[in-house]
Structure formats: C-alpha cells, structure tokens
Design a protein around this ligand. Structure first.
Ligand SMILES: NC(=O)c1ccc[n+]([C@@H]2O[C@H](COP(=O)([O-])OP(=O)(O)OC[C@H]3O[C@@H](n4cnc5c(N)ncnc54)[C@H](O)[C@@H]3O)[C@@H](O)[C@H]2O)c1
Length: 259
C-alpha cells in the first residue's frame, strides 16, 4: 500500500520503518518542521496536493494535539482512509463523524495502538469476568511510568480499570488517590508511580487469602505503537465482512474484534 505520513517526528519515523518492513511504500511524509519530510508544509491545500499527487492509498497522523484536528479536517475530503494516533481531539468526534459521512471514507483512532496492550485489554476483561463469580478475590491495579510523563494515572490504566469494573459488578468506584482509611468493598484501587525511564508497566492483581493472580504488561519500547498503527491501517483499508469499503469511525477495538 502507498502510505502518507502526517507528522514525521519520532513516531512518524518509527511507523515508516515498520510499514516498510510490512511491505508498504511510504509515498509521502508531511511535516512543517521536519527537514527530511518530502512535503515540509502545514498548509492545508499543499498537504492535500502532496497526498493526492503521490497516489496515497492510506494515511497515518502522529503530529501534535494542537494540529491534529486541523489535519483531520484537511485529509477527510480527500477520501483517503486515515489512522490517527495523536490525542487531544476526541471531544470533537461528532464533527469528524459528520464530515466522514459526506466524504464516504473512514478514520480509525486510538490512544494506544500497541498490539500487546490491546491484547492485554482483552485478557484483563476476560479475567475480570471469570473472577466476578468468586467473591473471595479482591482486585487492584498498579502502573509505573518514566518521570517525564505529564499525566497520572495513565490513559491505559484508566481503560484497564474501566474494563475491570465493566466485568466485575461488585467494583463500582475507582479510587486513584492514596488511601488514608480502609477501602470500601466496592472501591477499585489504582495506584501510580513515576520513576526513571520506565516505558510503561501495568499490573492487575486478583488477590484472595489463599493466593494471588497477577497479570502484567511491560512495554519495552515504542515499537509496539508503530506496528499497531500499521496493522490498524491495513485493517481499515481492507473490505468489511460483506466485501464493502469500510466507512465511518473505528477504534482498535474493532480491529481486535475481527481477530
Ligand atoms: N496513540 C498512540 O498509541 C500513541 C503512541 C505514541 C505517541 N502518540 C502521540 O503521537 C504524537 C506524536 O508523537 P511523537 O513522539 O512522534 O512526537 P514528536 O514531537 O517526535 O513528533 C511530532 C511531529 O509532528 C510535527 N508537527 C507539528 N505540527 C504539525 C502539523 N501541523 N502537521 C504535521 N506535523 C506537524 C512536528 O514537527 C514533529 O515532527 C503525540 O501526540 C503523542 O502523544 C500516540
């Protein structure tokens, strides 16, 4: 597939490498500040020409929260299927959905493209569903990240907590602060630590008087995000179960539901 990259920073380069390893061609790279991009521009009309003139069949956007929404609005009218990794625009999803309907094309977004994390979501959901039947097991979450991370808890930890609560009706309230009292039975504790250079570790504990079941995902680097974004674009540009072109908004959940 001929792929266009919008945003050619650390992730853009990593995705381009992963895409080539998967047999794809990087037909154009667009970035107003990256000197090695094939189109050094942030101008919407020039961006469109870059994508269309180079025969791009699918595009991947990893730029900056301040530019992502404008880029999405520029790309949708080209009809090119788009994968978006940049966050910070999800509150404007309805506007995006409306313009996708007009242009009859598709967009897939996720705040975590890691294949391993998305598989881990499924594993944790299933584990929580099983544990729901056994009252003797309590559950808690723990996450650690590098000391440059701005937010806490991580978005991934919050997604995991939601999956635990969706599947264990006895846990109805999430607590992310320190406990200075005993937790109530319906409270789910999620704790975070920031230290050194940890790329990201997420643990879900199921604990009883007799034993502990501990599920941990440990990220080693950011390559998992890059490969996941490529896999997402491959899925988005492939026909649906009825053999038709995919249209509308999708997430990684749709990709994994098809597995
Ligand atoms: N969803 C995921 O799984 C996932 C994973 C990793 C990173 N991210 C997000 O992806 C984004 C990029 O991450 P990064 O590490 O590559 O950052 P980066 O700073 O290395 O690269 C961002 C690039 O975007 C470019 N840019 C700025 N304005 C632009 C515009 N108007 N049009 C096109 N490009 C523009 C910058 O020049 C820069 O080269 C961040 O928002 C990050 O949080 C998402």
């Amino acid at each position: 597939m001929r792929i266009g990259m919008i945003g050619y920073g650390k992730m853009g380069h990593m995705i381009a490498q992963a895409a080539r390893l998967h047999g794809h061609e990087i037909a154009c790279t667009i970035d107003p500040f990256a000197k090695d991009a094939s189109c050094v521009t942030g101008d919407p009309e020039k961006m469109k020409s870059c994508l269309l003139d180079s025969g791009v069949e699918g595009a991947i956007e990893f730029s900056h929260p301040s530019s992502v929404f404008g880029n999405i609005r520029t790309i949708i009218p080209t009809g090119i299927p788009l994968v978006v990794g940049t966050t910070g625009w999800h509150d404007r999803l309805d506007e995006v959905r409306a313009s996708l309907e007009e242009s009859e094309t598709s967009l897939l977004y996720s705040s975590n493209f890691s294949i391993g994390v998305n598989l881990f979501y499924r594993i944790v959901s299933e584990a929580a569903r099983l544990m729901a039947a056994f009252d003797e097991y309590d559950v808690a979450l723990f996450e650690s990240h590098h000391n440059q991370k701005a937010d806490s808890p991580s978005g991934t930890a919050l997604d995991l907590a939601k999956r635990v609560m969706d599947n264990m009706p006895r846990k109805t309230r999430l607590v992310t602060d320190c406990f200075v009292r005993k937790p109530e039975a319906d409270e789910l504790h999620l704790s975070s630590v920031r230290v050194g250079a940890v790329p990201g570790t997420h643990t879900v504990w199921f604990d009883s008087a007799a034993d502990t079941i501990e599920l941990t995902h440990t990220a080693r680097n950011r390559e998992g995000f890059a490969l996941g974004a490529v896999r997402a674009l491959e899925w988005l540009t492939s026909p649906d179960a009825q053999g038709a072109k995919k249209r509308g908004v999708f997430t990684m959940k749709d990709v994994f539901n098809d597995l």
